[in-house]
Design a protein around this ligand. Structure first.
Ligand code: SAM
Ligand code: SF4
Ligand code: FES
Length: 341
């Protein structure tokens, strides 16, 4: 199907019909495997003030924390010893973690894991030179959601930071050879169905390797506290649309979906998601990385979650995989350029 035909199909289909198509693709492309990523939320300090985010700088009620470099490296080692092959290090935009510190952490992780793991960073906007240094240190992947494709809404929600700047960062990352991830929240205030479709089309135009989406959940200590909570259904439909538009991209079933609905992640998996990200941050810190209220899995260790997830994926006919799970689009780009490094 062309992208126009896919959009047309999306508009005229029930959620069950969309899920049916997504299931076919996941079975053929991924043999119904679900790749695991160990998520480490290493700092909740942030100098930005995105209107939607619970850990925004202006929220004085957040108990701020940073993991030490050793704690970050030790947490990865723990995950590696338990067979995880991919780790995602996420934080606010926190200048304490200079590029020098980040590069040291990346190099150490690569060393202690015998270069066997794929490492993803998700720490917001940086200069191209900074991204280059991170890449040279051994970082494989970078995640930075564009949040919404609507320029006006973007500047409003990100407190003046333009969509153009976010897209510049994505372009820089692609040019540097990263496996690139982006995505958006679903159900933001003033978002229309057309904006959601444009969000999906922007993912297509960017040729993303990884697409992170999840429902927007209003946080009571942010300017968006009185926003309407949209239903999980919107996120499920978007997941299926993305799976049809980008069959080669990795798509996580996100914690926000599991927070909004007890079977939100399972529904996303049925609708085409093929990745889960157990949160392996030490449990003492987890409760302070509250982007939205009622976040799940705060008391369990990420390793307890893996046990829980293996049962959950079974309920939708899928199975967990401990492989690195590079995205198919990234692998074909590497083959095409002859670059196997
Ligand atoms: N600081 C980096 C950034 O903004 O790109 C990475 C961390 S940020 C907390 C990770 C993601 O959390 C954002 O890209 C946003 O989509 C999501 N997020 C923030 N607040 C949220 C909310 N209230 N509901 C759902 N997702 C939220
Ligand atoms: Fe900071 Fe990211 Fe939250 Fe924005 S979304 S306030 S950049 S942590
Ligand atoms: Fe964390 Fe079930 S996935 S407790």
């Amino acid at each position: 199907m062309t992208k126009e035909e896919i959009i047309d199909f999306y508009k005229h289909s029930t959620t069950e019909e969309l899920i049916g198509k997504a299931k076919e693709i996941c079975s053929v492309k991924y043999d119904n495997k679900v790749f695991l990523r160990g998520l480490i939320e290493f700092s909740n300090y942030c100098d930005k003030d995105c209107l939607y985010c619970g850990i925004r700088n202006a929220n004085a009620n957040v108990h701020r924390y940073r993991l030490t470099e050793k704690e970050i490296i030790d947490t990865v080692k723990l995950g590696y010893d338990k067979n995880l092959k991919t780790f995602v290090l996420q934080s606010g935009e926190d200048d304490y973690f200079t590029n020098k510190k980040l590069c040291y952490i990346i190099e150490e992780i690569k060393k202690i894991t015998n270069n066997e793991v794929a490492l993803t960073l998700s720490c917001g906007i940086k200069t191209k030179k900074q991204y280059q240094e991170i890449k040279d240190a051994g970082c494989d992947r970078y995640l930075i959601r564009f949040e919404t494709s609507d320029e006006k809404l973007h500047s409003y929600l990100r407190n003046g930071i333009s969509l153009k700047r976010r897209l510049q960062a994505l372009n820089d990352l692609k040019e540097l050879g990263f496996e690139v991830g982006s995505g958006f929240m679903v159900g933001l205030p003033n978002e229309t169905e057309q904006i959601r479709i444009n969000n999906a089309l922007l993912c297509y135009d960017l040729g993303l390797d990884m697409i992170g989406i999840g429902p927007f959940i209003p946080h009571p200590e942010t300017p968006l506290k009185d926003s309407i909570q949209e239903s999980i259904e919107l996120t499920i439909r978007m997941t299926a649309l993305l799976r049809m538009l980008l069959p080669d991209a990795n798509i996580p079933a996100t914690t926000a979906a599991g927070t909004l609905s007890p079977i939100g992640r399972e529904k996303m998996l049925e609708a085409g998601a093929n990745v889960l990200m157990p949160n392996i941050t030490p449990t003492t810190y987890k409760k302070d990385y509250l982007l939205y209220p009622n976040k799940i899995c705060l008391d369990e260790t990420g390793f307890e979650c893996i046990g829980c997830l293996s049962g959950r994926v079974g309920t939708v006919g899928k199975k967990l995989s401990f492989e690195r799970g590079d995205s198919l689009s990234f692998l074909s780009r590497k083959d095409y350029s002859g670059n196997n490094g």
